[in-house]
Ligand binder design. Structure first.
Ligand code: GLN
Length: 200
């Protein structure tokens, strides 16, 4: 099993470092052909408008959309979650919403850089809290009924799952805690055992 990390811009290196600490093989995804080499994909944090431009200029947009519509597992963190969402508020009119996750997000909804913060959140039925780092984070304003809320902060979802899509408004790669990445690796492993798409 190999997990790809979109490496156009942003915090991709930290995701690969954390995957290596939990002994999951990873590779950078920069070109369309890279998507054929992976079983699951992480869209990292960074700047969603810049990533949108780069997805277009590298011709990754169409193959990435296919990857998602095939139901192959993906995890988006912060800007990555914005890219996956159905609708983006306070975004740029030409920025990409891949519509793989039925949420409406508000960019920079928790405030500007100076308002970045860290807090402990409770995830689903996990025993120990998770230290979550929020950096110019998007707020999930609303979520469809198929979206499962795994964690909340201040009454808003911050970790959600819809089928093969996992998304966090914070940065799980910026702590040494590999539990969210392990959870995602479990999703990728399960999808590999029972692929949804007969082409695989
Ligand atoms: N505010 C950034 C954006 O709109 C996201 C910030 C982040 O990924 N840390 O893309």
């Amino acid at each position: 099993m190999r997990i790809g990390v979109l490496a156009l811009q942003g915090a991709f290196a930290a995701h690969r470092d954390l995957l290596s600490t939990i002994e999951v093989e990873s590779r950078e995804v920069r070109l369309p052909g890279d998507l054929d080499e992976i079983d699951g994909l992480i869209l990292p944090g960074g700047e969603s408008t810049t990533m949108s431009n780069l997805l277009r200029s590298t011709s990754l947009l169409d193959p990435l959309s296919l990857f998602l519509s095939d139901g192959r597992p993906v995890m988006g963190t912060c800007a990555g979650m914005i890219l996956l969402s159905h609708r983006i508020l306070d975004g740029r009119s030409d920025q990409i919403a891949l519509d793989a996750l039925d949420v409406t997000v508000r960019r920079n909804g928790y405030g500007r850089q100076v308002d970045s913060f860290e807090t402990d959140i409770t995830i689903d039925d996990w025993d120990e809290t998770f230290h979550a780092v929020f950096i110019r984070a998007p707020i999930i304003e609303s979520a469809g009924s198929d979206v499962r809320v795994l964690a909340e902060h201040d009454g808003r979802p911050v970790l959600v799952r819809q089928d093969s899509v996992l998304a966090a408004s914070f940065h799980p790669e910026l702590t040494a805690d590999g539990r969210i990445h392990s959870y995602f690796a479990g999703m990728v492993r399960d999808a590999k055992i029972t692929p949804r798409n007969s082409k695989r």
